[in-house]
Design a protein around this ligand. Structure first.
Ligand code: KIV
Ligand code: ZN
Length: 524
């Protein structure tokens, strides 16, 4: 049943990327953005261009390369932010500037140290300025759900008068309950009749686990854009999870009467890609994309499903792309077969990246009889990370036995191209390798989390390791894939160190940008 359309605004690369420990480089952001376009989202919020030169570059690259969705850049209600965001998205076929300012007194008094009058002035100036640079302008009154609804309505009227085409109502701190959020939107419609001529949008955080419920309540109250993120990543407890809200509207379409433009079969792959590149694992029981979301454990359930799936399944796993991919390559498959298989997966790679992927594929196919679609995905995602790496694992050796402590030696190439060596006797072989890497690089990194998963089932499965480190007060994650779990762990560790460096450089650039903006705003 075709119903009215709800626009899906994906903020994985902006709000999602603000999650602690996530630091994506431009190539990784581009890969995610291309996949979001394949998924069929309507809007990609590609980043916060004023935040750093790296953020600007990534938003600009996405605007230039990714076809299909509207590409949005975020901007505070400051002239410099709006200009930077508009410049970053300028080359998109459909550029959008999304500008925001808080309307809650808590934020106005304590964070902005300002007044309601000033907020109105800033909102007016920012929307007007954005509108002079792009047609498509979105405005958000930040922390709206804790703000006075009458004052928020006044600010929204100003934004609409200045030409905002989408009005987004953030539940910034995840405080609202569904009935309250719906009532807030209903009251805004009463106070601002012009809202009916704009797209009303919802942006809910998950601090109380209500992000999807609140978003759904908002949609039922008339919102036609949902801001959400893959795997629900985002500030603190995260944003509404894209896969959950989309599958809710899809599965209950007959009752709700609404639809999205998302190709649901791309959901599982998008979730895996985001999880791999961000280093944020998906909990096994996560709705829609968790490993167990379609698994039946109890005998009674298994019995029912074997007799008739609908006894215990409300969705089909193939609808979200969790099953039904039969690509299998072996050690005799050539470069052409690999390229074709990757294209079937929607992954277009050529030149150096294809050569590298082919080399990795051959190494793996030598050790593993069958290389499946899931293996290829893991492999290509792993190859992507080669580009902007600061450190590279050159080699490692581990001696492990049950009667003496394990000893590891490693060679690591530094960002300057020098191969440095280190060794360590640790508690276990993985611990010895990690500490040998610290010894080689001279970095004082502390291991916060370490996981190894297998990409597929079977004894010869690829191992996928994930590491979270704390380096100089910052957390950073890294992942590695190999048939050898110690190698996968070492690759992940070295990448986490590289990401920590990248984060450090970005923080420094952000501090410079904030200092420059402060100087600008101090100038009369
Ligand atoms: O949560 C929030 O308020 C935001 C705004 C920038 C829209 O992310
Ligand atoms: Zn947010």
């Amino acid at each position: 049943m075709a119903g009215e359309r709800v626009l899906i605004f994906d903020t994985t690369l902006r709000d999602g990327e603000q999650s602690p420990g996530i630091s994506l480089n431009t190539a990784e952001k581009l890969e995610i953005a291309h996949q979001l376009a394949r998924l069929g989202v309507d809007v990609i919020e590609a980043g916060f261009p004023i935040a750093s030169p790296g953020d600007f570059e990534a938003v600009q690259a996405i605007a230039r390369e990714v076809e299909g969705p509207v590409i949005a850049g975020l901007a505070r209600a400051h002239t410099a932010d709006v200009e930077r965001a508009a410049a970053a998205v300028r080359d998109a076929a459909r550029p959008r500037v999304h500008t925001f300012i808080s309307t809650s007194d808590i934020h106005i008094e304590h964070q902005l140290r300002s007044t309601r009058e000033d907020v109105k002035g800033q909102a007016r100036a920012a929307v007007a300025h954005a509108k002079s640079l792009v047609d498509d302008v979105e405005f958000s009154p930040m922390d709206a759900t804790r703000a006075d609804v009458e004052f928020t309505a006044e600010v929204l009227q100003i934004a609409l008068d200045e030409g905002a085409t989408t009005i987004n109502i953030p539940d910034t701190v995840g405080y609202a309950m569904p009935h309250e959020y719906a009532a807030f939107l209903a009251r805004l419609y009463e106070l601002v009749p012009d809202l009916r001529n704009a797209v009303l949008s919802v942006h809910c955080h998950d601090d109380l686990g209500l992000a999807v419920a609140n978003s759904f309540a908002g949609v039922q109250a008339g919102a036609r854009q949902v801001e959400c993120a893959i795997n629900g990543i985002g500030e603190r407890a995260g944003n509404a999870s894209l896969e959950e809200i989309v599958m809710l509207l899809h599965t209950r379409a007959a009752d709700v009467g609404l639809q999205t433009g998302v190709n649901t079969r791309e959901i599982a792959r998008t979730s895996r890609l985001v999880s791999r590149l961000t280093g944020y694992p998906v909990q096994p029981n996560k709705a829609i994309v968790g490993r167990n979301a379609f698994a039946h454990e109890s005998g009674i359930h298994q019995d029912g499903v074997l007799k008739e799936r609908s006894t215990y399944e409300i969705m089909d796993a193939t609808t979200v792309g969790l099953e039904g991919n039969d690509i299998v390559l072996g050690k005799h498959s050539g470069r052409h077969a690999l390229k074709q298989a990757l294209e079937d997966l929607g992954l277009e790679i050529d030149g150096h990246a294809l050569n590298q992927a082919f080399k990795r594929f051959k190494d793996i196919a030598d050790k593993k009889k069958q290389v499946t679609a899931m293996d290829l995905e893991a492999l290509v995602t792993d190859e992507l990370r080669e580009e902007l790496r600061a450190y590279t694992l050159e080699w490692f050796e581990v001696a492990a036995a049950s009667r003496r402590p394990p000893h590891a030696r490693v060679g690591v190439k530094t960002p300057e191209g020098e191969v440095v060596q280190g060794d360590f006797t640790g508690d276990g072989p993985v611990d010895a390798v990690f500490r040998a890497i610290n010894a080689a690089t001279g970095r004082d990194a502390r291991l916060r989390e370490f996981r190894v998963d297998s990409v597929t089932g079977g004894q010869d499965a690829l191992g996928e390791a994930s590491v979270v480190l704390e380096v100089a007060g910052m957390s950073a994650s890294g992942q590695g894939v190999s048939t050898d779990v110690i190698e996968a762990a070492a690759l992940a560790y070295v990448r986490a160190l590289s990401n920590a460096d990248l984060r450090g450089r970005r923080r420094a650039a952000e501090a410079d940008a904030v200092a420059a903006a402060t100087e600008l705003s101090a100038t009369p």
